[in-house]
Design a binder for this molecule. Sequence first.
Ligand code: URP
Ligand code: ZN
Ligand code: ZN
Ligand code: ZN
Length: 477
Amino acid sequence: MKTLIKNGTVVNATGRGLADVLIDGEKIAAVLAPGANLLGFDVAANVDRVIDAGGKYVIPGGIDAHTHMEMPFGGTQASDTFETGTRAAAWGGTTSIVDFVVQYAGESVLERYAAWQEKASGECAIDYGFHQILSDVQDSSLTAMDELVNEGVSSFKLFMAYKGVFLSDDGQIVKAMQRAAQNGSMIMMHAENGSVIDLLVQQAVAAGNTGPLYHGLTRPWQAEEEATHRAIMLADLTGAPLYIVHVSAKQAVAQIASARDNGQNVFGETCPQYLYLSLEDNLAAESDEWGRFEGAKWVCSTPLRAKAEGHQHHMWQSLRTNDIQMVSTDHCPFCMQGQKDLGLTDFSKIPNGIGSVEHRMDLLYQGVVDGKISLERWVEVCSTTPARMFGMYGQKGVIAPGADGDVVIYDPNGHTSIGVGKSHHMNMDYSAWEGYEIDGHVDTVISRGKVIIDDSAYLGTKGDGRFIKRGLSQYLI
Ligand code: URP
Ligand code: ZN
Ligand code: ZN
Ligand code: ZN
């Protein structure tokens, strides 16, 4: 199957221009001057399908490098399966995800990895890769790290919080970092000081402060800044590249910026929720049908922070200045009924997570419309940098000959209304983004040459998505 996307504005991280894109089979074959004949050969007359993208942007498919499909967590399991979650991602212009294999303390890393391959196989609508979570760093975990790098799993997430669930102590962290420094893999860090948070949570609950608002109040920015600093120091000690996930505090950004200024391979990821939502939203929400429990919709970690403290503003700015390199969703959806309500009388029992995999491209495009980031930066933080950061660039993250035919046609004159019953294909009984209106629209989504979203119709099939065997990071200084 040969497809020609005509008359569009091709936008890569490096710039934009009018061009036609020829996809042959699963790959981009050529990026041509508009309407061009190729050495006298009429391209448009010799393809199976022509898509007119006049007045629209033609961008590399989004890459969401932080999702948790069907993750067992918080006494339940994330409500999107690989099938439903990747389909929702496709609706929103995301053509690749990198999900997390979970290893809890005491479990075998390689057994868990095999189990996750089994879960995802034949289920995904789009291509998928894996990061590996390491919870206790056993000697066998270190050899597993080497094996996984060879399998195309070149990044490992560690946690400085969630005692008894995920937490690694500093010694375990250093061990994993030493191995990463040797085998070239990336350490990803959940940087929050868990023992401080555990104490504050215990004190809040004992004082009868059990509502969702206290989730944010017991995870202060100091706990994030301190852990971010500590992770950076341990990475410096060992020489491991370090990627801080879900950064929400401006003080943590400052730590990352300072490490980068010192020449360290330290990177930061933020999420749409830290760019748009705030602790004040939790406060304002206290009066609806769920009464004071409404705020559970936005319980995630790191938490939403006080808008009054300037974190949101600073986060957009850090995207512009490259103090923060990427935007992923940390898609970890739970329904209010039967999942979030596990914490109805105690916020610490609310499963942590927000679902956004469908909306990242749109929400960040709104940042372009609002003058917060450029069009090229949108493509960079949502597609190109994720590809480079996690060893997929060339295959993914760019409109160029030889790359996979993962292409989104985005309509800047279209419109998207987000919310249940509107744009909402995630398996959740609410939307954290209810009522958001976007001045743009995902029109067509092509995954390895196959049109999977066409004019608001889903044409994909589960099993279309293939495992992405990633290389080492292509982003290191
Ligand atoms: O609240 C969150 N972020 N849930 C998912 C797990 C994690 O820490 O990324
Ligand atoms: Zn985390
Ligand atoms: Zn996460
Ligand atoms: Zn449209």
